[in-house]
Unconditional design. Structure first.
Length: 259
């Protein structure tokens, strides 16, 4: 019988896997009998795989006599610390939703994705009341101001990407502590095999496929920034604040280690 336990009460939580080699190629062990080892192929030699192994939906597998298996090795993977790191990151990045920001006099504010019909950009300033900006007449809270592009130091959009089961996703938020993402790969087989959820896309016409991924299954989590406006003749490097000549898109955070 299983009993739920809070993470903070655990001394350790880890996963154990075994790998081995057959004819010099690496496999993840999936089953052991008195006579054989079974494993999923971890190598990249397509010719070898097609010649000796059985095709899976994704990848290859094989069953081998025990006396042909070499370099049997145990791997222990810590599950607690990477999970804590991801939980902390949830709060740091406002649940991984795409966001747009503008920098005005060195201060960064949430901003509109697009300029309005008159070319002004809406900034949500909170308690700040920038004297050189126009209060948005359509905002009853009084916390939104309108800025002309030349009044801003920078204007940019951030979004996050990650991998789940090896497939690429754009993060769109979190649901009950799980990261929600839109699949950006081109494999119908992947979407079908892992039972991704079909949803109507933002255009109201096309279908997109999404997943709500458990934190421990997410890898390669990265933040991207896209410059929306070149200021004073050149865009800003959003990491250093220096003017640069051309780049409009950059990855600005290190990947979260694989749980």
């Amino acid at each position: 019988m299983a009993y739920p336990v809070a993470l903070e009460r655990l001394d350790a939580w880890y996963a154990v896997t075994w790998t081995f080699r057959w004819r010099g190629e690496l496999f993840k062990c999936t089953r052991v009998t008195t006579a054989t080892y079974s494993g999923d192929y971890l190598g990249s030699d397509e010719r070898f795989a097609k010649e000796h192994l059985k095709r899976r939906v994704i990848g290859y597998r094989g069953v081998f006599p025990r006396d042909e298996v070499t370099e049997l090795e145990l791997h222990r993977e810590d599950l607690i610390e990477p999970l804590h790191a991801l939980v902390r990151r949830l709060d740091e990045v406002d649940h991984f939703r795409p966001k747009t920001y503008a920098v005005h006099h060195g201060r960064t504010y949430p901003a509109a994705d697009e300029a309005d019909a008159s070319g002004l950009i809406a900034l949500t300033t909170g308690d700040d009341r920038p004297e050189d900006l126009i209060a948005d007449p359509l905002d009853p809270s009084g916390e939104r101001f309108l800025a002309a592009p030349e009044q801003l130091d920078a204007w940019y959009r951030t979004h996050w990407t990650f991998r789940w089961k090896g497939g690429p996703f754009d993060a769109v938020g979190t649901v009950d502590g799980r990261i929600k993402g839109v699949y950006t790969g081109g494999s119908w087989g992947f979407a079908d095999s892992f039972q991704l959820d079909p949803e109507t896309g933002p255009d109201g016409v096309h279908t997109q496929y999404t997943v709500q991924a458990g934190l421990k299954g997410v890898t390669d989590l990265e933040q991207h920034r896209t410059v929306l406006m070149a200021v004073a003749g050149a865009p800003l490097d959003l990491q250093t604040g220096a003017r640069v000549s051309h780049p409009h898109h950059a990855i600005v955070s290190a990947s979260v280690p694989r749980p």
